[in-house]
Design a protein around this ligand. Sequence first.
Ligand code: ITT
Length: 212
Amino acid sequence: MEAYAANVYRHSHMTTQLVFATNNPNKLAEARQIVGESIQILSLEDIQCHIELPETHDTLEENALEKARFVSSMYGVNCFAEDTGLEVEALGGEPGVYSARYAGPDKSSSDNIALLLKKMEGKTHRKARFRTVIALILEGKEYVFEGVITGDIAEYPDGDWGFGYDPVFIPEGSSVSFARMPPEVKNSKSHRRQALVKMMEFLKNNQSLSSS
Ligand code: ITT
């Protein structure tokens, strides 16, 4: 009973502040909507960081860690980064970690989608998943959290909400793409939400442990 009371006290007075090491404004907006007031998320802009983040590995985990380590070591802040990939079964997991540059280094999301749909032409097995890996660096220690959502690749792009591959991803249990869902609907079930919920749970437990 006492411990419970102590936690309530602390949570009402402490909001964890974390920098989100991303240059993608869509990710930032989604993360802020998902965490609400439980975490104060600062942007790279907020810490005057205007550098391209390194992403040199071939796994989501390593890339997420690389981005988080880069910002944490340069700015001495608690931060997290994430790498996300769309993994399509019929394409052996492509585009996966290469999702951002699938159609080439300077290509747009619609170019990426066009290439994906071309490769999926005639395929009836259209199962896919979005996978997000978050790397958190808190007081110099590293933690990793994963979120996954399964679904299908649509036959053609549909919808204006969201970003990236959202117009061609239909989450399981839904009849429309992520891009047909307003942000609060996508954010209520997305890969990003699931990874962030794990991080929020961890932070909650970590705060109560370090205070007892
Ligand atoms: P940062 O590395 O700066 O965080 P980024 O846009 O480069 O931003 P990624 O390396 O994780 O991010 O690239 C992931 C690719 O997958 C990119 O093409 C995105 O458009 C796409 N993507 C990521 N999350 C998505 C989501 O929730 N819905 C649809 N597409 C998404």
